[in-house]
Write a protein that binds this ligand. Structure first.
Ligand code: 9MR
Length: 333
């Protein structure tokens, strides 16, 4: 067909009269402008990570987003005691192996989570009443789990959530049967199983320097390190609600002074203001020995507590303004 000049002109006039939406930036599978992991590494940190597991990695855009934007993964559930040794001596590493394979194939650091925790603990462990049995059971669990991934895990949460809100010891089978000595037993077994992994104590509600729990953590960790217990780091989980970011820099300054290294390990912020995310980044950036930040999930609706949209990606796997706030805070640090 031969088009006359008039046809062409009137067609183009028609096109330009139709309001054209702003073109979407081409983000591909990244779904975000720039990798927060790469940005944090450029600032001298080791990683910006997230938790995940094989089920999530096989769903939606999770794997693509993690490959493009994060540099570290923590198994959300697959390495816990109930998942790995649900009955005595019978180990199951299916999902944990899948997580480790994803991480090694894609050059992601791993934070192992977790060997000794009162929760997600099978009944056969919590019903043990004598010291010798519990000691052997802990040593065997730690050496089998950590030994399997020896040399592949950057850091392990050797003990998770051992303190109460006042900074004393939470009631658990480990404390009730072995007293404080369970800390030494766990860390010595961990050191023997994977001598190069960084060994952490991890807990929540360590979000203000003056809290009894934060002070208890600092006091105990200093004491244990002085006794030669091989603790490398304190992990502050960082499960926050709006406004709580304000105290995070002070809390991390206090915690990071008590151990060779420290990290924010499970961050999510319900109903976050931009300032909360900026403060979380500052909390780690301000401390030379804070190695990195891990958020507890990719998408809001996959969070363990989805109310208040606590994460960095929305239900369509799009980076939220929270993501860009984190990126800007990293770049400004
Ligand atoms: O996100 C985890 C969720 O899928 C599990 O059901 C839950 C079981 O206790 O554990 C969640 O992760 C927790 C983490 O292992 C330790 N700190 C608190 C986290 C949120 O509960």
């Amino acid at each position: 067909m031969k088009l006359s000049l008039v046809t062409i002109l009137s067609a183009s006039a028609l096109v330009s009269a139709i309001p054209v939406a702003e073109p979407e930036p081409i983000l591909g599978e990244r779904q975000a402008a720039q990798s927060i992991h790469d940005a944090y590494v450029a600032k001298g940190k080791k990683y910006f990570g997230t938790c995940t597991d094989p089920g999530r990695l096989n769903a939606g855009s999770n794997a693509a987003i993690i490959k493009a934007n994060f540099g570290q993964v923590t198994p959300e559930n697959s390495m816990k005691w109930d998942a790995t040794e649900s009955s005595k001596g019978n180990f199951n590493f299916g999902n944990a192996d899948g997580l480790v394979k994803f991480a090694t194939d894609n050059n992601k650091l791993i934070r192992g989570h977790t060997t000794v925790w009162h929760s997600q603990l099978p009944g056969w462990v919590s019903s043990i009443r004598d010291k010798a049995t519990l000691t052997t059971v802990m040593q065997n669990h730690i050496s089998t789990l950590m030994g399997r991934y020896k040399g592949k895990v950057y850091a392990w949460d050797v003990i998770n959530e051992m303190l109460d809100e006042q900074g004393g010891f939470r009631s658990s089978v480990f404390y009730n049967v072995l007293g404080q000595d369970f800390v030494r037993i766990a860390f010595e077994a961990a050191k023997a199983a994977d001598p190069d992994a960084k060994l952490y104590i991890n807990d929540y509600n360590l979000d203000s320097a003056s809290a009894g729990k934060t002070q208890g953590m600092i006091r105990n960790v200093k004491n244990w390190i002085s006794q030669g217990i091989p603790i490398d780091g304190i992990g502050s989980q960082g499960h926050l609600t709006a406004g709580q970011g304000a105290n995070a820099p002070g809390a991390m300054a206090a915690l990071c002074a008590a151990a060779p290294e420290c990290a924010l390990t499970e961050v999510d912020i319900q109903n976050a203001q931009a300032a909360d995310w900026t403060n979380i980044v500052k909390a780690c950036s301000n401390q030379k020995n804070c190695v990195g930040i891990t958020v507890w999930g990719v998408r809001d609706n996959d969070s363990w507590r989805p109310q208040g949209n606590p994460l960095l990606f929305d239900s369509s796997y799009k980076a939220k303004s929270a993501y860009n706030t984190v990126l800007a805070a990293i770049n400004a640090s």
